[in-house]
Write a protein that binds this ligand. Structure first.
Ligand SMILES: Nc1ncnc2c1ncn2[C@@H]1O[C@H](COP(=O)(O)OP(=O)(O)OP(=O)(O)O)[C@@H](O)[C@H]1O
Length: 491
C-alpha cells in the first residue's frame, strides 16, 4: 500500500510533539513536521505531501496564507486547520482563501483527530484515483480523437457512440444509424469508413430524400445507354463507384418500396443489374444506412420494408439529440466560431459567459446543423471579439423573455453547485487579495489594448491557480477550452 505523507505545521514544538504522538501509529502514514509556513512549502517542493495539518496563528505566514499557497501550488493536498478561534469569520476566510478541507478546534480530542485524519486519507485516495482516471481518459481521448476527427464533443452519450463506431468499423457488417435530423449521421457513417480497412477506397453517400424516385434506381445501380429517355450514354451508379468501399444510403425511408426490394437483393448477393441491362455485376460494398424517422414506425407506415430493416440493422447506432449531450454544444460552437471567423475574416475570440449558458440550455431542435448555421450567421452579422447571448437570440428570433431565461437559468445553480474539478471546497465570496492583485496589475497612467489586458488577466489567473487551467477558467468565467484556445493563439 502506498504511504500517505502527512505534514504537521506549528511554531510550537510541544504541539508538534503531541500531534506526532497521536498520529504516529496510523498504518501506512509517514508523518513529518515543519516549524513555520515557509519551511512547510520548502518541504512540499522537495517531496509530495498528501495531507497538511497546520496551526492558524503562526508568525511570518499564518495558517490561512499557508493554505492559500498550498491551494495554488499543490491543489490536491488536503488542508486541515488547527485553531483555538474557529469562529465563523475564521472558517469563511479559511474556506475562501485556503480552500481548507476541515477545521479542528484546540484543544483537540485525540480520538476526533485520528478519525479526521482517517477521513482525510480516504478523501486523498479518492483524489489520487480521480487524477489517475482523468489522465488515463485524457490519453485515451487523445488517441481516439485522431480517428474520429469529424466529431466534436466529450459527453457521455457521445462516448458511447464513439465506442460503437470504433468497435464496429473493422467489421463488414451493415450498420443502421438513427437520430434526429442534423445529429451527425453522415459524420458517423464517414467515421465508420475512415476507421475501416476500406478507408483507402471510396465512401459514396446518397441522400434518398434529395433524388427524385424515378432517378433513384439509376443513381444507385447506373444505367446503359437508351435505358430511358435522357440516358444518352452508359453510366456507373453509386454501387459500382463504391466497390471496395462504403455505400451510405441516407434517409432510406424515403426510397420507393419496389426499389427497397432490389436493394435487399443487392445486400444479400452483392450483385445488381444496371437499369436497362440484363448483365449481372458483382461488387464488394459495405452498407451503412440512416434515417431520422423511428424505423419501427416507418415500417408500420409502409415506408420501410421490414425485411430490409432487419437485414441492415446488424449494428445499430442511435445518435443522441444535441440537447442530451452535456456541454457538447459549447464545445462544438467554439469550434464553429473559430472556423467561421477564419473563413469570414472576422476577429472573434469566443463567447460571453451568458452566451455559453445559453448554448448549453437551448433545446436545439435542428441539432448540430442548426448550431452550425446559427454560428455562421452570427459571425456574418456581428463584430467580435465576443458573441453574446443577445446576438445568438437575435439570429434565432427568440423573444427576449425566453432568451433571458435561457441565458441565466443555470448561472444561479452553477454558483451553488460544488465544483467537480477539485475535492476542496469552493470559494463562497470573492477573495479580497485576489482582487487586489488583479487591480495591482493595472498601470493607472495608461490604457492598454484589450488583447494585452486580457492576456495579463489570463496569465495572472493561471499563475494564481498554480497552472491549473480548469480552475483559472472557472474564476475567469469562461470554459477551459476557451482558455486553451487563447493560450494557443499567443503561440
Ligand atoms: N459532433 C459533431 N461535431 C462537429 N460537427 C458535427 C457533429 N455532428 C454533426 N456535425 C456537423 O453538422 C452537420 C450535420 O451533420 P450530418 O449531415 O452528419 O447530420 P445528419 O444527421 O446526417 O443530418 P440529416 O438527418 O439531415 O441527414 C454537418 O456539417 C456535420 O459536419
Amino acid at each position: 500500500m502506498t504511504k500517505i505523507h502527512l505534514l504537521l505545521v506549528d511554531d510550537e514544538q510541544a504541539i508538534l510533539n503531541s500531534l506526532m504522538r497521536t498520529l504516529r501509529n496510523l498504518p501506512s502514514v509517514k508523518v513529518s513536521t515543519a516549524g513555520n509556513g515557509q519551511e512547510a512549502i520548502d518541504k512540499m517542493e522537495q517531496e509530495p505531501v498528501d495531507i497538511v495539518i497546520t496551526d492558524l496563528t503562526m508568525p511570518v505566514m499564518n495558517g490561512h496564507e499557508l493554505c492559500a499557497q498550498i491551494a495554488n501550488r499543490f491543489p490536491d493536498t488536503i488542508r486541515i486547520m488547527l485553531t483555538a478561534h474557529a469562529d465563523l469569520d475564521n472558517v469563511l476566510e479559511g474556506i475562501n482563501k485556503g480552500r481548507v478541507w476541515s477545521y479542528l478546534q484546540k484543544p483537540w480530542d485525540n480520538h476526533a483527530l485520528r478519525i479526521l485524519v482517517e477521513q482525510a486519507i480516504q478523501a486523498r485516495e479518492l483524489i489520487s484515483e480521480r487524477t489517475l482516471l482523468r489522465k488515463t481518459l485524457a490519453r485515451y481521448e487523445r488517441r481516439r480523437r485522431k480517428n474520429l476527427d469529424g466529431f466534436i464533443g466529450d459527453s457521455i452519450a457521445m462516448q458511447m457512440v464513439y465506442s460503437i463506431i470504433e468497435r464496429s468499423a473493422p467489421s463488414r457488417a451493415s450498420v443502421f444509424i438513427t437520430g434526429e435530423s442534423g445529429t451527425g449521421k453522415e459524420v458517423a457513417a464517414q467515421a465508420l469508413h475512415n476507421l475501416s480497412q476500406r478507408k483507402l477506397d471510396p465512401f459514396i453517400a446518397l441522400n434518398c430524400a434529395a433524388i427524385p424516385s424515378e432517378l433513384m434506381e439509376s443513381e444507385i445501380f447506373g444505367h446503359v445507354k437508351g435505358a430511358f429517355s435522357g440516358a444518352v450514354s452508359n453510366r456507373d451508379g453509386a454501387a459500382t463507384l463504391a466497390d471496395g468501399g462504403t455505400l451510405f444510403l441516407d434517409e432510406l425511408g424515403e426510397m420507393d418500396m419496389t426499389l427497397q426490394a432490389k436493394i435487399l437483393r443487392f445486400i444479400q448477393t452483392g450483385t445488381f443489374q444496371k437499369v436497362g441491362s440484363g448483365k449481372t455485376e458483382k461488387v464488394d460494398v459495405r452498407f451503412v444506412c440512416a434515417t431520422n424517422r423511428e424505423p419501427l414506425e416507418a415500417i408500420r407506415e409502409k415506408k420501410l420494408r421490414e425485411d430490409l430493416y432487419y437485414r441492415l440493422n446488424v449494428i445499430s447506432i442511435d445518435l443522441p439529440p444535441l440537447r442530451e449531450r452535456d456541454n457538447d454544444a459549447v464545445q462544438i460552437a467554439n469550434q464553429f466560431l473559430q472556423q467561421f471567423a477564419a473563413s469570414e475574416e472576422k476577429e472573434f475570440v469566443g463567447f460571453s459567459s451568458d452566451a455559453e449558458v445559453f448554448l448549453s440550455q437551448y433545446s436545439w431542435p435542428g441539432n448540430v446543423r442548426q448550431l452550425q448555421n446559427l454560428i455562421h450567421s452570427c459571425v456574418i452579422m456581428n463584430e467580435g471579439p465576443l458573441l453574446t447571448s443577445k446576438q445568438l437570440g437575435e439570429q434565432l428570433r427568440l423573444p427576449s423573455d425566453q432568451l433571458n431565461q435561457l441565458s441565466v437559468a443555470r448561472r444561479s445553480s452553477i454558483a451553488t453547485q460544488p465544483s467537480t474539478d477539485s475535492a476542496q471546497p469552493e470559494a463562497v465570496i470573492p477573495m479580497p487579495d485576489t482582487m487586489d492583485a488583479r487591480l495591482a496589475g493595472y498601470d493607472s497612467d495608461k490604457v492598454e489594448p484589450l488583447a494585452v489586458t486580457e492576456r495579463k488577466a489570463i496569465e495572472h489567473a493561471i499563475a494564481f491557480y498554480g497552472d491549473n487551467v480548469v480552475q483559472a477558467a472557472g474564476a475567469l468565467g469562461v470554459s477551459p477550452s476557451t482558455l486553451y484556445r487563447k493560450i494557443q493563439s499567443w503561440q
